[in-house]
Design a protein around this ligand. Structure first.
Ligand SMILES: Cc1ncc(COP(=O)(O)O)c(C=O)c1O
Length: 440
């Protein structure tokens, strides 16, 4: 045994039944951060993945001379994506941000309204609400799942709430069995942010097909990727047409090229034929990639659950498929002889395992409060209401999660099972050497 393995850590490990070979394989070695050999020197699989079919798709569009959505590709992608997800309708848009903004506008959210959202998410979620001069109301996170805490939604609803925007974060699915009935009771639309959850399922049906709309991103890091892109799912044909008009400068499907009269505000948030052609090519391998991620993630969870101090993100019972855009777990220094998370992340990176601590609390980003107290908001909301917002803007469980989380990216789950074994080996090695690493 390595001199650095403290008796306490060794006994904890043994007591926890960590007898699997991956947990002991490298434990006796010196950590890479202290000059030893890293567990892994090979990079994880590259992202994006492409082949000849992707190249041919782009060439096909170039040669067609139809580069905006007048060609066949966007329409074909919308059809395919609706079929794949089981939604009645799909509108392709420029990116995930456009999908959220278009949904909010088409559902009638305006300046002075309140929209509920989680604080454990990407900045685009709050940006689209602020772009409309609506008030973002943050609902604390369930740290065991990293999703919006369903028990905290109803108390956050006021007479000015106009929409609920749960985010299916990291490929996991928020508790739709709890969220949908609350929204229905209060007559509120649900905008599912499915930007990170392609092919994820709730009770066997695709995430994104439950809410008034489901919003997807096809940005470069996403499990379905065309560089930048987005889509809205909805099974409400009237809402689909409202979304279409808004994303097309307020022009409906029948508007022809040279009519320049308008009946409502809109924007140009259209997808190009290039994006759609690439998506169609990428779609061909989406399910297989998703299966590989799922199998590897499940294997990783089995391995990590045996390591004291680590808690892989739980799934609600209704989540029948996790898209694993991120592999998320919580790290407790107490299980690692007090080694702080920052030191753990550095040590793990040094072992050749890229990792991050994930989001910081979005509700506490100074620009959010600055915007909420800016001139337009002062005109829309009373002083008391804005003071209440300050008071209510507390998400302690989320604050804590932001200090505990560790993330791996989806591409790390696309290789052979041995890749995942190496992740567990590296973590076990760090744990066995936690004492020495804490002093480094
Ligand atoms: C949860 C979430 N919502 C919204 C977005 C915005 O998507 P996009 O970057 O395509 O505008 C992203 C991704 O970047 C995201 O991860």
């Amino acid at each position: 045994m390595n001199r650095n393995v403290t008796r306490r850590v060794f006994l904890n490990t043994a007591a926890a039944g960590v007898g699997l070979s991956v947990h002991t394989a490298r434990a006796a070695e010196t950590p890479a951060r202290l000059g030893g050999k890293p567990v892994r020197t090979k990079p994880f699989p590259d992202w994006p993945v492409w082949e000849k079919t992707d190249e041919e798709a782009l060439v096909r569009v170039v040669r067609s001379g139809k580069w905006n959505r007048v060609g066949p590709e966007v329409a074909r992608f919308e059809e395919e994506y609706a079929r794949l997800t089981g939604a009645k309708g799909c509108l392709a848009v420029a990116n995930g941000t456009s999908a959220l903004l278009t949904s909010l506008r088409a559902l009638g959210v305006q300046a002075g309204d309140e929209v509920l959202l989680p604080p454990y998410t990407f900045v685009a979620c709050v940006n689209v609400i602020l772009a409309l001069n609506a008030l973002p109301v943050f609902v604390d996170t369930d740290p065991t799942t990293s999703q919006i805490d369903p028990a905290k939604i109803e108390p956050a609803i006021t007479e000015r709430t106009r929409a609920v925007m749960p985010v299916h974060l990291g490929g996991n699915v928020a508790d739709l069995d709890a969220i949908l009935p609350i929204a229905k009771k209060h007559n509120l639309p649900v905008i599912e942010d499915t930007c990170q959850s392609h092919l994820a399922e709730w009770k066997g049906r695709k995430a994104g097909s439950y809410g008034s709309t489901g919003c997807f991103s096809f940005q470069a890091t996403k499990n379905l990727n065309c560089g930048e892109g987005g889509a809205i799912l909805t099974s409400d044909p009237e809402l689909l047409e409202k979304c279409y008009a808004f994303h097309n400068n307020s022009r409906g499907r029948k508007a022809t090229g040279y009519t320049f009269t308008y009946t409502a505000p809109g924007l140009n948030l259209r997808m190009t034929e290039f994006q759609a052609a690439l998506l169609l090519a990428q779609l061909a391998r989406l399910d297989e990639q998703a299966k590989t991620r799922e199998q590897n993630a499940q294997h990783l969870s089995r391995l990590l659950r045996d390591i004291p101090g680590l808690a892989p993100a739980r799934m609600y019972e209704g989540c029948t498929r996790n898209a694993y855009h991120l592999y998320m777990f919580r790290y407790d220094p107490a299980g690692f002889g007090g080694l702080p998370r920052a030191a753990f992340l550095k040590a793990l990176s040094a072992e050749g395992i890229p990792c991050s601590g994930g989001y910081s609390p979005l509700n506490k980003e100074p620009f959010v409060a600055n915007t909420v107290h800016s001139r337009p908001y002062q005109a829309l909301f009373s002083k008391e209401r804005l003071a209440q917002w300050d008071e209510r803007n507390q998400c302690p469980a989320n604050d804590r999660l932001c200090t505990e989380a560790v993330w791996f990216t989806q591409n790390m789950l696309l290789g052979p099972r041995a890749d995942v074994d190496q992740i567990a080996e590296a973590i076990a090695k760090i744990r066995a050497n936690a004492g020495a690493l804490a002093k480094a």
